[in-house]
Ligand binder design. Sequence first.
Ligand code: ADP
Ligand code: MG
Length: 609
Amino acid sequence: MTTDPAADLPFYYGSISRSDAEEYLKLAGMADGLFLLRQCLRSLGGYVLSVVWNVEFHHYSVEKQLIGTYCIAGGKSHCGPAELCEFYSKDPDGLVCTLRKPCLRSPDVPIKAGVFDNLRENMLREYVRQAWNLEGEAMEQAVISQAPQLEKLIATTAHEKMTWYHGKIPRQEGERRLYSGAQPDGKFLIRDREESGTFALSLMYGKTAYHYQILHDKSGKYSMPEGTKFDTVWQLVEYLKMKPDGLVTVLREPCVNNTTKQTPVLPSGRRQRTNGYTPPPGVPLGGSKEVTASPPTERQMLPMDCNEFANPYHDPNDLKKFFINRDQLMIDEVELGSGNFGCVKKGVFKTQKGHTDVAIKVLKSENEKLVKEEMMREAEIMHQLSNPYIVRMLGLCEAESLMLVMEMAAAGPLNKFLSTKKDTVTMENIVGLMHQVSMGMKYLEEKNFVHRDLAARNVLLVNQQFAKISDFGLSKALGADDSYYKARTAGKWPLKWYAPECMNFHKFSSKSDVWSFGITMWEAFSYGGKPYKKMKGPEVISFIANGNRMECPPGCPDRMYALMKDCWTYKHEDRPGFVKVEERMRAFHYSISNKTLPEGTADIAEPLK
Ligand code: ADP
Ligand code: MG
């Protein structure tokens, strides 16, 4: 996993040392303007640009600014490392010369991972584990889909979970804690300073306590007076373990804060779980007492904040309970949607663990056996799936009519949501949602299921940041040795979403779902637009067969349109699968998240030509 926006650049070497950089430049011939890019160890997300001029090396550090832009000290800001290098290839703007010739990394030299890369990734996992009490697959899915948001959150709150962090305590209390127990040199703690909202470091040396203020500059960086600047307090502490940077000694042993030991730290601004969710004993919700010392900053809701993220079956034995008792269900009159099968109603599902809002697909009572069997098949498929980005079935209830009980996706179908909320949904938001859909589809592909009705109308939103795939009415489980499902007869099919092989040979596979994913992307990026305008199904078939494809929706990034077109590769053998599709969605999602872009430059981080 990489969130490094320079990873695509052919002249990027990762975390190599200055002397290694010089070695590569020597090997490449030392021409004037020869350059490469490497990772900076001091700043989270920063780089160093190494350039040759006049048989000498010049190293410029590229800072990542708090709002997500990049700049060389004194120079202009750029939205990514690629743009920055492109700029300096045209204009020296203070450098010794323009960047003329990239020192290309040979294919057998991998990008070198940095110390912070591993640290950062473990940090993400640990954070998700503690903050949302997630494990295993749910934790992995959270980390993959939310990495950019989590990194930002960690940069501002990560210190809160460290053993050496003592929260808001007076200087005297800090001293008392340092003096209690053994007093080795280098024993330290970090505390909030009472008056100013900044941090202080208390440090033991020669049985004496020293106190230092940690500076926090305008750009948000932390440092000791005149020392090296860091993006986070925990990085500063890690650094001070290696270099004293003006202190009496390096930091050695943390003075452990016992008062927070048992308390998982929750991200600031986290909301209480709703829907009557009662936490298991010992798991406090909504921020621990220690953390509230710093005022919670209101942040965007993440998928993990919702009940619908983790599998609701805490007890794996519950999975066997396919049927739900009628008395566990309260059915509302509110209709969420309808179809020819009947309608979907809002309801509440009652268990010992509390009440959960649910959506209930109710079969029309006059319906025939055939329709009933169809719903049973849909339930059987859903029963086998559990992924945060797929609507989970909670069970089936046979009472006044047959009812399929599902997790609630309260914000409704994606196409409707986007067409009514054009002004508030950004392109980055859509990319994040479509990345989640690609993760759900990758899971489906891995489990050997074909959806056969992937469309924006069947992507439901829990909220603006959280999408789930739904409607498994046409879905099929493939046999272990099958790569496609063959329909005997054509039914009421969503032709505009179907790949050529579906129409021509009735063959359905994950590759034909990829085609539908492309159409769904098109719908999303055109804010709920209707694909192929007023064309009729059969017209679309010949339109495609003649080599035509839909145009790029206005404002849709080039890289997203390029992916759509690859999803619409005529031959399914040449079409990418969901592993590839998810990878490309992820790379683009990471490359644009947390950045403020000037209008019209949405498509970024393209390697230099
Ligand atoms: P159909 O097979 O008729 O397309 P769907 O499963 O797509 O049936 O459901 C029809 C509509 O019901 C959806 O478009 C949506 O508005 C609503 N709906 C279905 N499932 C849910 C859910 N889990 N949460 C919220 N609304 C839902
Ligand atoms: Mg539907």
